[in-house]
Design a protein around this ligand. Sequence first.
Ligand code: PBG
Length: 310
Amino acid sequence: MVREQVLTPADLIWPLFVTEGDAVEEPIATLPGVSRWSVDQIVVRAAEAIELGIPCIALFPNTQADRRSDDGAEAFNSDNLMCRAIRAIKTAHGDAIGVLTDVALDPYTTHGQDGLLDDDGYVLNDETVAALVDQAINQAAAGADIIAPSDMMDGRIGAIRKALEMNGHQNVQIMSYAAKYASAFYGPFRDAVGSRGLLKGDKKTYQMDPANGDEALREVAMDIAEGADYVMVKPGLPYLDIVRRVRERFDIPVFAYQVSGEYAMIEAAAAAGAGDRDALVLETLTAFKRAGCSGILTYHAAHAARLLRD
Ligand code: PBG
């Protein structure tokens, strides 16, 4: 009766990895229980999400090596894996499920960085923003409901918002990865999208230092001013103080991403007998809500929704 927080499937966003082929499931070794799916199977996962009451799925492509390039041009191909997945989901399910798409170049580049590089290997901010705008418009044209830039370049939210308006996509929303940290928790994700082996160096010139909290509030303020509809904090559990501060300071829904390394830690703990898997899942997700999240991206989404239902 006096419980302050109630976790429901409607709080969850389910990240899914898309791969080439037909009727394909590829397990990801560092993310036990998570697979890449071919487009036909992604449509089935979307049906599962609808059935479970999960309102939104987030898509990430595993681009084949021969379609990657230094400039990530596959990101603007209207027939790329991401666009084919969006169209298939929308054809099958229409508005019954929300589709959130990642905007960043790392699944498309040969170097695994989120942006375009100069000759010394530094990420070029403004050239990258122009590419991200093309990528976002490509995804919106395919039917994406929410564009989620995860690249952390400066000025990209404003540029994408303007381009969406100019191209007739004024109803497409933007969820900005506003406070994204240069984290050691992203390893399994990089395996999943095939960029771990390719990545040279790190992402510390554009992702945030885990030691900084005030900087996160400045990043959020900028993205709101540029037209973000929602903001995200990432990773999740180690950064719930940031979620709480954003929640208290700004009048905008804040989401958190319980990232791949966090998922892997829970699975490893459960497999080692250090804790009960279901209890760990529900406790951590409830903690996100208590911190002030409007929603949580989690690879445990379907499992958690089943636990909440049964
Ligand atoms: C990259 C991107 C990353 C994640 C989402 N988008 C990894 C990175 O920044 O290298 C991580 C998600 C996860 O670990 O689950 N644009």
